[in-house]
Design a protein around this ligand. Structure first.
Ligand SMILES: [Zn+2]
Ligand SMILES: [Zn+2]
Length: 108
């Protein structure tokens, strides 16, 4: 019979060292009520961490974050002038270029 982890339905303390929380998980053989360990959430996650450290559990690669659409402004027409400097009237195709212009040319 295979050893497995299954939920603990009894009100019994965790087997973890100096742990007095109620057990939530049994490790053992379910049908024969053969219990190797009774563990709470904290202790069983410590066991899982140990298994990972020994390479017995492969952590799944995190899903790559979908690329955020950073289109805050309408795309400028090619060669089109969308943003106009309020100080000197010069035109720029992006707000970033206008901001850089204002910063460097007008010390704003
Ligand atoms: Zn515990
Ligand atoms: Zn300007």
């Amino acid at each position: 019979m295979a050893v497995s982890v299954f939920p603990c339905g009894f009100d019994i303390p965790c087997d973890g060292y100096a742990c007095h929380r109620p057990a939530k998980w049994f490790i053992g053989e379910y049908r024969n009520h053969f219990i190797v360990a009774k563990l709470c959430d904290d202790c069983i996650s410590a066991v899982i961490d140990g298994l990972k450290q020994h390479g017995l559990i492969q952590e799944p690669e995190p899903e790559p974050e979908p690329e955020l659409e950073l289109k805050m402004e309408p795309p400028a027409e090619p060669g089109g002038v969308v943003y106009t400097c309020r100080v000197c009237g010069a035109g720029f195709e992006s707000s970033q270029k206008l901001a850089a212009h204002v910063r460097y040319q007008h010390n704003a």
